[in-house]
Design a protein around this ligand. Structure first.
Ligand code: SF4
Length: 364
């Protein structure tokens, strides 16, 4: 069966031209850590040109109007003195909020309880190795592995759901099964989701090596089997080609179209940089994603976010899968996958080019 039919006309839920599912707001660049893969090139102190509290509240109203979720990120959101005022405001207008604090001495047990009390949906935390040596080496601050394990314990006690983010590089890819074993035995609950983030070489991540396309394909096979028995949801980030892998598997297993559509909706088919995802920088600049700092779509200091997301020509183009170049442009899976636009840009300078970390060869 040709999956060229998997177009928006058949599965309208897989298009995101009207509103993103997730808006990532980089509240500040300030952060006490200096992780080796940092997208933001975080700095120790706050930028005086950060969005103000009032600008942040306007942004929250705009995100609520679109029906999207807000993810507070940084740098470290805990560096903002108005963090609680903003979270409480967002929750008062019914905005779903998640947060990714840096694990430093600023993250306390009381804070974890307060996240739960104000209705934060998820706390995101990083785990880039199965032990202190590997994780702390990545974070470049000794003691962060132990602090992360302690924070997971606080989350468990508070009943606060956690998403664990693991950056997959050439160095860490072989340790992924060990990280899974650690999470399974020590962190379930509170871990609800484990996101395997396939490195995009930008920011400090430029210094780290990417795995090969075949290594990523092999990882997909491991994820497919592991997800069946994991006590939490296992997902990939900046690797939409996992959807192609998953769909090929399901078709070979005879799964029905209805089931594929149902599961595809849950897996975020069609979501990628600039399509279902948008990023607002600490100064209010809007980009397709945190890892795709190009092109600039606009500034919320000049136009509301919904207008920028829906109408910026560069955003509309990023969602036009028939305008992709190279292998991704010829691929029958492009409507559900489309490749990582961030990786295509990092590798080729063309955000509409091919994602180099995919083994699939479309038939002519
Ligand atoms: S060729 Fe591109 S669109 Fe097709 S599955 Fe691979 S990454 Fe996705």
């Amino acid at each position: 069966m040709s999956w060229g039919i998997m177009r928006p006309a058949l599965f309208p839920a897989f298009t995101y031209g009207d509103a993103p599912v997730n808006v990532y707001w980089e509240m500040t660049l300030a952060c006490g850590l200096s992780c080796r893969h940092c997208r933001a090139d975080a700095i120790p102190s706050r930028d005086p040109l950060e969005l103000s509290t009032d600008e942040g509240k306007q942004l929250m109203r705009d995100i609520k109007e679109m029906g999207s979720h807000l993810i507070l990120t940084g740098g470290d959101p805990l560096e903002r003195a108005d963090l609680w005022e903003l979270i409480e405001y967002g929750r008062s207008i019914g905005l779903p909020i998640a947060i990714t604090p840096a694990v430093t001495a600023k993250l306390t047990q009381e804070m974890m309880q307060r996240f739960k009390a104000v209705g934060v949906a998820t706390v995101g935390m990083s785990l880039d190795g199965p032990n202190a040596e590997l994780h702390d080496g990545f974070r470049q601050v000794p003691g962060t592995f132990d602090m992360s394990m302690r924070a997971l314990g606080w989350a468990r006690e508070a009943g606060m759901p956690v998403q664990i983010n693991t950056t997959v590089t050439r160095e860490t890819i072989r340790r992924v099964p060990e990280i899974f074993e650690l999470l399974k035995t020590k962190a379930s609950p509170p871990v609800r989701r484990w996101a395997l983030f396939i490195l995009i070489p930008v920011g400090r991540g430029l210094m780290l090596g990417s795995p090969s396309a075949q290594e990523i394909e092999d990882l997909f096979g491991w994820v497919y089997e592991t997800a069946k028995q994991a006590p939490f949801h296992v997902s990939t980030v900046e690797a939409p080609q996992y959807r192609r892998f998953w769909l090929q598997k399901k078709l070979s297993e005879g799964t029905s179209l209805e089931e594929i559509e149902r599961r595809g909706r849950m897996m975020g088919f069609g979501i990628r940089d600039g399509s279902g995802i948008v990023f607002v920088s600490h100064r209010g600049e809007v980009y397709p994603a945190g890892f795709l700092p190009h092109p600039l779509l606009g500034s919320i200091r000049e136009k509301p976010l919904p207008e920028i997301y829906r109408t910026a020509p560069a955003a509309v183009k990023l969602r036009a899968m028939d305008e992709l170049h190279g292998r991704c442009g010829e691929c029958e899976y492009r409507w559900i996958c489309g490749g990582s636009r961030a990786r295509a840009y990092a590798a080729t300078g063309d955000a509409m080019g091919s994602d180099p970390l995919c083994v699939y060869q479309p038939s002519p």
